[in-house]
Design a protein around this ligand. Structure first.
Ligand code: NAP
Length: 262
């Protein structure tokens, strides 16, 4: 009689983040808070970065039995990101996963859009994402980590939108940078992917959700027929953060209830 030996890897362990440290930007509210909590539930310790303290996120991570470190840093201002990363590494022991989630949106007609709004959105949504990824990437390479970088893009990484020129330019930039960084960092064992959330129920979309006409127009086009919830993104982030996705890099994944398929 022959004995069948399974050659299947232990799949559950491929989604286990125990012993990992995840740095999540914009972790105080909305999607970032939900992502921090999800990463903790999969076993990761979390470092939350934002321009203000985030006690609720700290409590949510602690409730999952994981440790939480807070970095208060206004990404609109210039920073020495290498010093910031060195400080995080000293406090948390290293960084295995970077989730670039912080972002702002400023709405105005293209003919009236101000330089101040352009600079603020481009700095928070694109420039700081590049600089933080560069600093964390150096740390991951130097410490021999199989690192994971996950960028939060947007449907406006693919489409033009209206009245959000800087946001659209920045989010197209996030998609491009994701591919560039994936190309350069794959040989070093680091994956870089992006997630493009659809219309999610957060502060970011408060103005849209308050407008019944825009809400009706949007719902008409979303096959799933509802706003996305922050938790809808969590599974995608967990996949990109996990050992399971080691051969997936340079992708921009819409999580949009089917919007891009219409
Ligand atoms: P949100 O609730 O407004 O969260 C944005 C986060 O970014 C906040 O936690 C905020 O933290 C942080 N942030 C903003 N300016 C910052 C600064 N100068 N320095 C440091 N942190 C800063 O909105 P959200 O919907 O969760 O957005 C998260 C990401 O998803 C953004 O990149 C957004 O573009 C993207 N997204 C959202 C949707 C949607 O439908 N909601 C759709 C597509 C893409 P502080 O308050 O501590 O500054």
């Amino acid at each position: 009689m022959t004995t069948m030996t399974s050659t299947a890897p232990a799949f559950a362990s491929l989604f286990d983040l125990s012993g990992k440290v995840a740095l999540v930007t914009g972790a105080r509210t909305g999607l970032g808070k939900a992502l921090a909590e999800a990463l903790a539930s999969a076993g990761a310790d979390v470092v939350g970065l934002g321009s203000r303290p985030m006690p609720e996120t700290s409590r949510a991570v602690a409730a999952q039995g994981r440790s939480f470190h807070e970095v208060v840093c206004d990404l609109e201002k210039p920073h020495d990101f290498h010093a910031l990363v060195a400080d995080v590494v000293a406090r948390a022991g290293g960084i295995d996963i970077l989730v670039n989630n912080a972002g702002i949106i400023r709405r105005e007609d293209v003919l009236d859009y101000t330089e101040a709004d352009w600079d603020a959105v481009m700095t928070v949504n694109l420039k700081s994402l590049f600089q933080l990824s560069q600093a964390v990437g150096r740390h991951m390479v130097a410490s021999g980590r199989q690192g994971r970088i996950v960028n939060i893009a947007s449907l406006l990484s693919f489409q033009g939108g209206i009245r959000v020129p800087a946001y659209t330019a920045a989010k197209h930039g996030v998609a491009g940078l994701t591919k560039l960084m994936a190309n350069e960092l794959a040989p070093k064992g680091i994956t870089v992917n992006a997630i493009a959330p659809g219309y999610m129920e957060t502060d970011n979309t408060a103005a849209l959700r308050a407008d019944p006409e825009r809400t009706r127009q949007l719902m008409d086009r979303i096959p799933a027929g509802r706003w996305g919830a922050p938790q809808d993104l969590a599974t995608a982030v967990l996949f990109f953060a996990a050992p399971a996705s080691g051969y997936v890099t340079g992708t921009v994944l819409p999580v949009d209830g089917g919007w891009m398929a219409r």
